[in-house]
Write a protein that binds this ligand. Structure first.
Ligand code: ATP
Length: 234
């Protein structure tokens, strides 16, 4: 579904991603883990076309997309939930959800997706008319995920979905990721909560200083405390 080959990215003169190669197969959940500053967010941003200077190859669903403008990825079925959620102030929860619909979708489809998201996130259902920035952090994260789901993506990139969210909501959210996988959505996850992330993942890649240093089945990494201590401590 997604294949990165020798992906590099720069911020100004700083060569942050130094040739990342990884694959995510259809229907998999794959986690990227690594210490602060390892380059996880930059990897997701480079895949989405949001880092100006990038080189290498990004193959998504049969097409080479590295050089395409950022918005074209949504039309291809690749969605992104950034760490800062990007909830639009001044709009209600419902209006924010509607922003996720891709141009050309039918009205009936939009209504069906909003119903589906409202069923998935009862907290949002009760607050559809509320100004979205007045939601709690966890509710805003659900809104950001719900908005990404509106386009019925084939694949979703999630950056630190558990950050700042109370444990009970985090568990609900991870249950949702499992459910999305069961329905065929492919997921690439960046997550500091390594045990939780590995618990729902098929495989994981470990990043350090802008490179991939290790990859393995999630279950074997979960059992490997030495590698977790070396590369995953915050
Ligand atoms: P964290 O877990 O802390 O979010 P990360 O693995 O996601 O870390 P990145 O955010 O990808 O790491 O950052 C990788 C490197 O790029 C870091 O050294 C960071 O300081 C640098 N960096 C990130 N964004 C920018 C930017 N806009 N301009 C310059 N340098 C940046």
């Amino acid at each position: 579904m997604l294949r990165l080959s020798e992906l590099s990215a720069w911020y100004g003169h700083s060569h942050v991603l130094q040739g990342i190669s990884l694959e995510v197969n259809p229907g998999e959940i794959v986690t990227l883990i690594g210490r602060n500053g390892a380059g996880k967010t930059t990897t997701l941003r480079a895949v989405m076309g949001l880092v100006d200077k990038r080189r290498g190859q990004v193959h998504f669903d049969g097409a080479e997309i590295l050089a395409e403008p950022a918005h074209s990825r949504y039309h291809r079925g690749l969605a992104y939930v950034p760490e800062d959620r990007r909830i639009v102030p001044g709009l209600t929860v419902l209006e924010n959800l509607r922003l996720g619909i891709i141009a050309g979708a039918r009205r009936a489809e939009e209504v069906a997706m909003i119903d589906r998201i409202a069923e998935t996130f009862p907290r949002l259902k009760q607050r559809l008319g509320q100004e979205a920035t007045t939601l709690s952090g966890g509710e805003q994260q659900m809104l950001a995920i719900g908005r990404a789901m509106m386009a019925r993506p084939k694949m979703i990139l999630l950056d630190e979905p558990s950050e700042g969210i109370m444990p009970i909501l985090v568990e609900e959210m991870f249950d949702l990721f499992r459910q999305m996988k069961a329905e065929g959505t492919t997921i690439l996850l960046v997550e500091q909560n390594v045990e939780l992330a590995l618990g729902i993942s098929d495989r994981a890649y470990i990043m350090d200083q802008g490179t991939i240093v290790h990859h393995a089945a999630a279950a074997s990494l979960l059992a490997d405390k030495a590698i977790q201590e070396r590369y995953c401590a915050v």
